[in-house]
Design a protein around this ligand. Structure first.
Ligand SMILES: Cc1ncc(COP(=O)(O)O)c(C=O)c1O
Ligand SMILES: N[C@@H](CCCC[NH3+])C(=O)O
Length: 383
C-alpha cells in the first residue's frame, strides 16, 4: 500500500502471480483434451503481461497489423499467430505474409480474393480458416455479441460450399479450417453448448462437400466474475473445456483451437485511482476520482460494473456515485456504490480491469497515461 501511494495515479497494477495462476489453470485444463489456446491480444498488450503469456506457451490471436507485429516482436511463434478481422488492409495483410503467420481467419469472399492476389504478388501461400457466423445467441451484452446474423462478422454457413469451390481456383490460398466466435463475457455454458452443436453440423456439411477442416477454432468469449473477483480470481476453465469436450464431435486429426482473452488476463489487473474530492450533493454523494473513462471505458460503453475497494479506509459504509474527471456524464464507474466513508487522497482499486482496460485507454481530453506497476512474487514493483 505504501508503495502504491508513491506512484502517480491513476495507473494499472498487474498481479503477475495471479496472471500466471490463471495461465497455468487454463493450460492444465486445455492440455487434458489436447486443445490449443491462442491469447486474444486485444484484451491486453502490456509488455510484461505479454511476456508471461509467451513464456506459458500460448499462441496469439490478432486483429490488426500492429497486433500481429507486436505478437511477433514479443516472441510468439509466428506459426502460432492467427489474424482475424473484417477489414484487414492490404498493408496489414502483406506485413503478415512477410512475417509468415500461421493462419488468416478470413471473414468474407472479397477478403479471400484480395488475400489470394496479395499472396500471389508475394509468391506465398496463405493458409486460412473461414470465419463462419453461426447465428448462435451468446447471452451477453448486446454490444459484444458477434455471432448473430445481424453482426458484421464472418460468412453465412450457407455459403461454405461455394467458398470451398472458389478456393479450388485460388492458387495462393490453402483452405485450412473453420473459425467461430460468438461474443465476449459469456457466463452461460448454454451458449457454448449451442455453438458446439452448430459447429458439429457445419463440420459434417463440409465433409459432405468433400473438404475436411483441419482446425475447428471456437474463438473466445469465456467470461469472468466481475461481482466477486476475490472469490473467483480466474475463470472456470475446467467447466468450460469439459462442456466443450462433452459436445464437440471432431475427428482425431482435427485440431481444436480457442482464442481466449478476458478469461486469461481480466482478473490480474486493477486500476488504482485516487479520490480527488468527496462531493456531497443535494440528492447524492459523489466520489470524484482521478481515473476516468479514458483509462477504463467499459462502464461507459457497456454499463459494466467493476467491483471497487477503498484501500485507505475501513470506516462505515455509505453510498457514492464514483465518477471520473472527464467531461461526459457517462464517465461513471458506478452509481450508489456502498463504500467506506472516503476522503481526498484515499486510494481506490477498481477490480477486474486486466482485460479491455489499458488496451482500450485513450487520450480524450488530452489525458496522459501513467506507467503501470506489477506484483511479482508478492512484491509491488514499477520497472
Ligand atoms: C475474433 C475474436 N476472438 C477472440 C476474442 C476474445 O474474446 P474474449 O476476450 O471474450 O475471450 C474476441 C473478442 O471478443 C474476438 O472478437
Ligand atoms: N471490449 C469488450 C469486449 C469486446 C471484445 C472484442 N470483440 C469488453 O470490454 O468487454
Amino acid at each position: 500500500m505504501d508503495k502504491l501511494k508513491a506512484y502517480d495515479t491513476p495507473f494499472y497494477l498487474y498481479d503477475l502471480d495471479l496472471l500466471n495462476a490463471s495461465l497455468s489453470a487454463c493450460k492444465t485444463q486445455a492440455d487434458r483434451f489436447g486443445y490449443h489456446v491462442h491469447y486474444a491480444m486485444k484484451a491486453n498488450t502490456n509488455d510484461m503481461v505479454l511476456r508471461e503469456i509467451v513464456k506459458a506457451g500460448f499462441g496469439a490471436d490478432c486483429v490488426s497489423g500492429n497486433e500481429v507485429k507486436k505478437a511477433f516482436q514479443s516472441g510468439f511463434d509466428p506459426k502460432a499467430i492467427v489474424f482475424a478481422g473484417v477489414g484487414k488492409s492490404d498493408k496489414e495483410i502483406t506485413d503478415a505474409l512477410e512475417i509468415g503467420i500461421g493462419r488468416f481467419n478470413v471473414e468474407s469472399v472479397q477478403e479471400l480474393e484480395v488475400l489470394n492476389e496479395l499472396a500471389a504478388k508475394y509468391n506465398a501461400i496463405a493458409e486460412v480458416n473461414i470465419r463462419i457466423n453461426p447465428n448462435v445467441k451468446s447471452y451477453t451484452h448486446a454490444n459484444i455479441t458477434t455471432g448473430l446474423n445481424e453482426n458484421k462478422f464472418g460468412v453465412s454457413a450457407e455459403d461454405i460450399q461455394e467458398i470451398i469451390q472458389l478456393t479450388e481456383n485460388l492458387k495462393h490460398i490453402k483452405l485450412g479450417g473453420l473459425h467461430f466466435h460468438i461474443g465476449s463475457q459469456i457466463t452461460r455454458m448454454e451458449a457454448f453448448k449451442n455453438l458446439c452443436l452448430r459447429v458439429n453440423e457445419i463440420n459434417e456439411n463440409c465433409k459432405q462437400y468433400g473438404w475436411k477442416p483441419d482446425v475447428l477454432n471456437l474463438g473466445g468469449g469465456l467470461g469472468i466474475d466481475y461481482v466477486n473477483p476475490k472469490d473467483n480470481p480466474h475463470a472456470d476453465f475446467q467447466l468450460y473445456f469439459e462442456t466443450i469436450n462433452g459436445l464437440l464431435e471432431a475427428d482425431q486429426d482435427q485440431e481444436i483451437h480457442f482464442e481466449l482473452g478476458r478469461s486469461l488476463v481480466g482478473q490480474c489487473g486493477q486500476l488504482i485511482t485516487k479520490v480527488l474530492y468527496e462531493k456531497l450533493g443535494k440528492t447524492k454523494d459523489f466520489l470524484i476520482v482521478d481515473a476516468g473513462m479514458t483509462e477504463l471505458m467499459r462502464p461507459a460503453l457497456y454499463q459494466a460494473q467493476h467491483f471497487i475497494e477503498n484501500l485507505s479506509s475501513e470506516a462505515a459504509e455509505q453510498n457514492y456515485d464514483v465518477v471520473g474527471p472527464i467531461c461526459e456524464s457517462t464517465d461513471c464507474f458506478g452509481k450508489e456504490m456502498p463504500l467506506p466513508k472516503s476522503k481526498r487522497g484515499d486510494l481506490l482499486a477498481i477490480y477486474s480491469a486486466g482485460a479491455y482496460g489499458e488496451s482500450m485507454a485513450n487520450a480524450y481530453n488530452l489525458r496522459a497515461q501513467n506507467p503501470s506497476a506489477y506484483i511479482i512474487n508478492g512484491k509491488v514493483v514499477r520497472p
